[in-house]
Write a protein that binds this ligand. Structure first.
Ligand SMILES: O=C(O)CCC(=O)C(=O)O
Ligand SMILES: [Fe+2]
Length: 206
């Protein structure tokens, strides 16, 4: 498995943060797989139930993908264009197997694309059936200011910059901890010369 380190993660409010988990060549291999995913399941701009488009563009791989429209947020077995989601690439599955501490496979790999100005408000990931399974997050491309709150709404928060190749495990007592992305440092990066950030989250859905 071509990741740089399995050294002990940093712990921040129960989130396990593996800095530089993926080597530059592992990131390149993953990005190449993601180009195939996007060809099969194009990025789309989800509508919030309030009728406002989200600033990130999204797609998924796996048995389920995450969709959002005026009917609300949910996991769906098909892309909005009606086709099945492509399989989760093996380069991504390897990360899950290395850090998730479960034998269960993920059902969904949600891909968020952050263009200039995109962000994600503080939220909990709670559309999954069983919160005993972690959510595993992989960052590629531009750095993101990631904010971590508390298991309940409100209270003090802490932020850190996530870099390309970093992996975060949101599990255990922190599985329902609020988190979000305040901003990205948009610009050319070695991995993505045109700029932008990709975040992948692996999830057990049902
Ligand atoms: O982009 C990130 O780092 C976090 C994404 C996220 O929280 C989500 O997709 O639920
Ligand atoms: Fe999330």
């Amino acid at each position: 498995m071509p990741h740089a380190t399995t050294a002990k993660p940093l712990l921040l409010r129960g989130f396990e943060i593996y800095k530089s988990f993926l080597t530059p060549s592992a990131q390149e291999a993953m990005l190449s797989d993601l180009r195939d995913v996007v060809r099969a399941a194009p990025l789309f701009s989800p509508m919030t139930p309030y009728g406002k488009p989200m600033s990130v563009r999204m797609t998924s791989s796996g048995t389920y993908g995450w969709v959002s429209d005026r009917r609300g947020y949910r996991y769906a077995p098909q892309h909005p264009d009606g086709t099945a989601w492509p399989a989760i690439p093996e380069t991504i599955m390897e990360v899950w197997r290395a850090v998730s501490q479960t034998d269960r496979s993920p059902d969904c790999c949600l891909m968020n694309f952050y263009a200039e100005g995109a962000r994600m408000g503080l939220h909990q990931d709670r559309d999954e059936a069983d919160f005993a399974y972690p959510v595993v997050s992989i960052s590629l491309g531009n750095e993101a200011l990631f904010r971590i709150g508390n298991p309940e709404r409100g209270g003090k928060t802490e932020s850190l910059w996530l870099h390309s190749g970093d992996v975060v495990v949101m599990g255990g007592a922190a599985r329902l901890t609020y988190h979000g992305v305040d901003r990205i440092k948009f610009g050319a990066s070695p991995l993505m010369p045109k700029g932008g950030r990709i975040n992948l989250t692996l999830r057990v859905v049902d």
